[in-house]
Write a protein that binds this ligand. Structure first.
Ligand SMILES: [Zn+2]
Length: 400
């Protein structure tokens, strides 16, 4: 048979018709098709992020490609942005991120808690423990994240997509990743800071002093103190006095569940301030105290708010804030105070945090109001400057 162009057209039409209905088109990646190149916000020198575009790497059988939806700005990011104290520059920062899986290697079937993972799922990352890859989240009760790797705090290399301040992030084998598809975007942005408080309250519980009916004082109403109040409320603790120097923050503390507030600016000297806290509890000192500021003076003060035999959790000093002067006789020995320190979190705390966020929503705590500023990736420098100016509470970088 003589094949001419019209025959070929006919054959092609027949073949295409035959394909209709029995060959599904390639499943489109969630959130649109995957581009060849994508942007990262590279911190190239202190106080200067630059948007840079790189080819997205090949996703191997062990990798996950995540399209970034949003990433919170952490105090750690602000420190690194300002002076590079961790020596990471050049670096793509952002570790409080969340996004959607758009491509997943065939060897990756479950998240770090054993939940199935697939394209379209919403995820967050936590810490990567290279020194002991056999550690699972259930072994981690005694180990916090000090010394572990965190996506968003790794110096730049040929990979580039190692931080959440970007369009995409590539997660490799060993990365801890959690499927959080059942949480809304605002909740997912708040997971990392909330995990810090879940850990602190777990530490506090080890004293045996923190109970449902405890009188609890929370000093400092930044994001950490406010979330502390929320965690206590979801546990059923209702007698909470918040201490801060700003009326606006104290009002927010009430919305988060504080039963009374004390503005330290209304009092002259620590004796008067301690009297103010006592009055706010109806004539009692606190059974337990959470110290959520980075101020050494605030650390010294908080002992005066606690009853004999009470407890203290100190969690305000993420970085060295200097020495505090206390009186060991009056503040610790004669009062028999039980003190615990708390720093960051464990992987186990992450799983607890997801449930906390659902409970907080269920009892109507306005967690989403903690996110006071949202910036697009193009304005990441403004986002960090806003954080450094201590304006607002949680600042987030949002991708469209
Ligand atoms: Zn952080």
């Amino acid at each position: 048979m003589d094949i001419n162009s019209s025959n070929i057209e006919e054959i092609v039409r027949q073949v295409l018709d035959g394909m209709k209905g029995n060959i599904a088109p390639a499943a489109p990646a969630a959130g649109g098709s995957i581009p060849q190149k994508a942007r990262v916000a590279m911190l190239v020198k202190p106080e200067k992020f630059e948007l840079q575009e790189y080819a997205l790497p090949t996703i191997t059988d062990d990798d996950i490609l995540v399209k970034v939806e949003c990433c919170g700005v952490c105090g750690t990011d602000a420190h690194e942005y300002k002076r590079d104290p961790f020596g990471l520059i050049p670096v793509v920062l952002g570790h409080e991120g969340t996004g959607e899986i758009v491509k997943i290697g065939k060897n990756v079937t479950k998240d770090s808690a054993g939940k199935p993972l697939k394209v379209g799922d919403k995820v967050v990352t936590s810490v990567t423990l290279h020194d002991d890859p056999d550690i699972t989240m259930y072994d981690l009760n005694r180990q916090n994240v000090g010394g572990a790797d965190v996506y968003g705090l790794l110096p730049d290399d040929d990979d580039h997509f190692k931080g959440w301040f970007a369009d995409y992030i590539v997660l490799h084998k060993g990365a801890s990743v959690f499927n959080v598809s059942d949480l809304d975007l605002e909740s997912r942005i708040l997971i990392e800071p909330c995990a810090v408080l879940i850990h602190a309250v777990e530490r506090a519980k080890t004293t045996g002093i923190l109970r449902f009916n405890s009188r609890v004082v929370v000093q400092g109403c930044g994001p950490i103190g406010l979330i502390c109040i929320a965690v206590l409320r979801t546990m059923g603790i209702e007698n909470i006095v918040a201490v801060d120097g700003e009326a606006k923050r104290l009002n927010f503390a009430r919305e988060m569940g504080a039963s009374a507030t004390v503005n330290f600016k209304d009092f002259q000297g620590i004796e008067a301030l301690a009297g103010g806290v006592k009055a706010a509890f109806g004539g009692y000192f606190a059974d337990f105290a959470f110290q959520c500021t980075g101020s050494p003076v605030a650390h010294a003060n908080i002992y005066k708010f606690i009853r004999n035999g009470g407890g203290l959790c100190e969690l305000g000093f993420f970085i060295n804030g200097g020495d505090a002067t206390i009186n060991p006789h009056f503040d610790i020995c004669s009062k028999e105070i039980t003190t615990v320190g708390s720093w960051v979190y464990t992987l186990r705390d992450y799983a607890t945090t997801f449930d906390f966020l659902k409970r907080a929503k269920a009892i109507g705590l306005p967690m989403e109001k903690l996110i006071t500023h949202k910036f697009p990736l193009e304005q990441i420098n403004e986002a960090l400057v806003t954080n450094l100016k201590m304006e607002g509470l949680k600042i987030a970088v949002i991708n469209k």
